[in-house]
Unconditional design. Structure first.
Length: 273
């Protein structure tokens, strides 16, 4: 827990530990962030949340909505990284976005991601859907979140797209309860950590015995997620902090991957073998 001069304390790691067992995944992620790491800067742009800490920098996609108003300013820069990461449990999704970015300021630094087994394609594309296309051929595949150009998989597999705001052939996301337990491969947007649907989606995926792949810039490449059924974390790493920070400030969207941010992946050892 931290406090700015003249300000109110915000809930942190201490309060997170008091939450019931349903929050176990979040507790494990935050627990993995060491104590004593100072937060240096926090940015919330149109599309990305960015946290700079003594350990490095992390980002996550901005998610709006949820409960109440954003209440971290100006306190976010006055707490330790672990306490800022604990905001990932907030029901204000903008606060939770900052919390996930704080998690990535530990787990997704080049050093820690490399220690977890980070792989980067030589050309830097590392599109999770292309990389694992062969895993999908002829199988039942569900994608949680309507990613750009996801229809490219439809000719090769039995594709279902679950989406909160469905369009076209998308299935409303409550369909997860009926569909995911019968899938061979499930791709999940990293935003599911922010909006609190990830634990249940992973439970459903384990029922199927299929593969679970997390995709997107918000993905936290934490090996502890293997214990919850994750097979692959295809996220991002900030390789040029100043360039990435400027891109966030100037409302870059996917162009951020040309400005200091590199797509990467971490796979569960032995998964594909």
């Amino acid at each position: 827990m931290g406090k700015c001069e003249g300000g109110h304390r915000i809930p942190g790691w201490k309060e997170l530990q008091q939450l019931p067992a349903q929050w176990d995944l979040y507790k494990r992620l935050v627990e993995g962030v060491p104590e004593g790491i100072a937060v240096k800067d926090v940015l919330v742009g149109n599309h990305w949340a960015y946290v700079e800490a003594e350990s490095g920098c992390g980002m996550a996609m901005v998610v709006h909505g949820g409960r109440g108003l954003y209440g971290l300013y100006p306190k976010a820069r006055c707490v330790e990284l672990r306490d800022l990461a604990a905001q990932c449990v907030s029901w204000n999704f903008l606060e939770a976005s900052v919390g996930v970015a704080a998690l990535n300021a530990w787990y997704s630094t080049p050093e820690n991601a490399a220690a977890a087994g980070m792989k980067i394609e030589e050309k830097g594309s590392n599109d999770g859907f292309e990389l694992y296309r062969s895993q999908c051929a002829g199988k039942r595949v569900t994608v949680v979140g309507h990613f750009p150009l996801i229809e490219r998989l439809a000719d090769e597999c039995e594709l279902t797209v679950l989406e909160r705001n469905p369009s076209g052939d998308d299935v409303p996301d409550p369909g997860c309860e009926y569909i995911i337990p019968h899938q061979d491969v499930t791709f999940m947007t990293g935003i599911t950590l922010t909006n609190k649907t990830m634990p249940r989606l992973l439970q459903l995926s384990r029922e199927s015995g299929g593969s679970a792949i997390l995709v997107g810039p918000s993905v936290v490449p934490a090996p502890v997620l293997y214990e919850y059924g994750v097979d692959c974390m295809a996220g991002s790493v900030i390789v040029d902090p100043e360039c990435a920070k400027a891109a966030v400030m100037q409302a870059a969207t996917s162009g951020i991957f040309k400005h200091g941010v590199q797509k990467m992946r971490v796979e569960r050892p032995g998964w594909l073998s």
